[in-house]
Design a protein around this ligand. Sequence first.
Ligand code: AMP
Length: 596
Amino acid sequence: MAKEIILGIDLGTTNSVVSVIENGTPKVLENPNGKRTTPSVVAFKNGEIIVGEAAKRQLETNPDSVASIKRLMGTDKTVHVNNKDYKPEEISAMILSYMKDYADKKLGQPVNKAVITVPAYFDNAQREATKNAGIIAGLDVVRIINEPTAAALAFGVDKDKDLNHKILVFDLGGGTFDVSILEMENGTFEVLSTSGDNHLGGDDWDHKIVAWMIEKIKEKYDFDPSKDKMAMARLKEEAERAKITLSESMMANISLPFLAMNANGPVNVELELKRSEFEAMTADLLERTKKPLYDALKEAKLDWNEINEVLLVGGSTRMPAVQKLVADVTGKRPNNSINPDEVVSVGAATQGAIMAGEIKDVLLLDVTPLTLGIVVEGDLVAPLIPRNTTIPVTKSQIFSTAVDNQTAVSIVITQGERELARDNKILGQFNLEGIEPAPRGVPQIEVSFSIDVNGITTVTAKDKKTNKEQSVVIQNTSSLSKEEVEKMVKDAEANREADNKKRHEIELSVKTEQIINDIEKSLNSEEAKKLPDSQKSELKKEVDEMKELLDKKDFEKLEIKVKEFEQKMAQAMEILKKQGFDPNNFNPNEGNPNQQ
Ligand code: AMP
């Protein structure tokens, strides 16, 4: 039996998109004009309903045309066109019906079921109206989902089910701006906050160019296009084209041949707009996106460093200035790896495919099959990217030196689930040299793992003081077969207890060595001269005992010994402090020295 198909429809304020998942892959369906997005515009001409591109073209000239009907969804308002009053859901239904028709043709079979998206802030009435629009269009709306959730699904954020993820979705479309913060836990999404500006979008950027064009045309051609509806429609279309060009190029040529006739003959407009001029004239619009970002964060009661992912949605996020602003405000590189016009629809189709049972065991290809980490303390693994993390991903952690005045560290990259490095696969190794001499634990070495969509892993180590860095690229971290991966995971399970014991022993050994080292260093220091001989010899005795237990590998006794010593030290410190002794010069470092 053929798999059930469920359409994923993004019913947008400016544009709408319909997709399906075919054999596990998203497919955006093209409209009869060969376009993947359809303007959400309806026009009536001689009793005929026109939807999409053709309707958009007559928006300025045909009074019987309707745009941005989404703004009225869920209200009692009607629009008077075609000599009739239409409810918003009836107009939306015309858009949906047009899309269903072309989807049926593209797929070669009638499809009745759909998942439709709505903004996260839509209330019940608005959601009901959207559902009703679907019903009027002959669709069985199997689910209404939030646009930011759909975006997160399309980006595959849900695949890493073990993680608690906070996701910020920045959606700047043609006429609206939405910011949403979601929390994903156990594969389900919760909207923590929403903010935005219902009247800010790419159209406003176009209007700025139109205003600029009017002035330039008046100056250069002695013609005022603002009084001429046909001319204005062409200006608007050309302005959007120039804006889109400026997302790629530093300069756009504006060409409007035969814009009108004046005393000197036809007005053939030729202008040039630089990206820098465009950005300057639209700086105020960009500024308006900031407050909603901060508001959403505040409402979600979060800090920027608690946001794990920033996703870009909506065609206007292709503008470089917008991307830069989002990166500057959030401090994160936003993810724009999926076409921002299509991502919501693809997410809706993904939801449809999950409901139809088409997507089940989500492809392991998109997740790290095994944990990646580095070797610390000789033979232990510090995991940086746990297994099953969705890629692409970047993670960093700060490490430090293990001995005083260490000027180089060796970064050994491991793959696998075992506690000890020797039981895992070693993927690569490099040295970071030129660290400034300092007491152990002081240098800050940032180690970052970055895996791109193709599974290519780059590991970088950077000394934060000197900014010296070194990196290695590992071509394929997922070259292991499914069986090999399963075996490694099973082995880790089987050896969990023994591995934990070994990890504990190694940690205890390292700690003991440091205590011994610290005591010996302190006993040789100037400050130690103030100590009475009896205390010095007691400390020496402690050191000898610890050394002996360490040599004998008697970890049980050693653990007790270290604990007792630490207690004694704490008490001694108190007394010494009262005697005016400076404990800073006599402070056996606690914890793991290699890792901060
Ligand atoms: P949407 O509603 O998400 O389809 O977004 C539509 C808006 O994105 C319109 O204002 C488009 O002009 C704008 N847009 C699409 N592509 C680009 C681009 N490359 N650069 C700037 N804006 C764009």
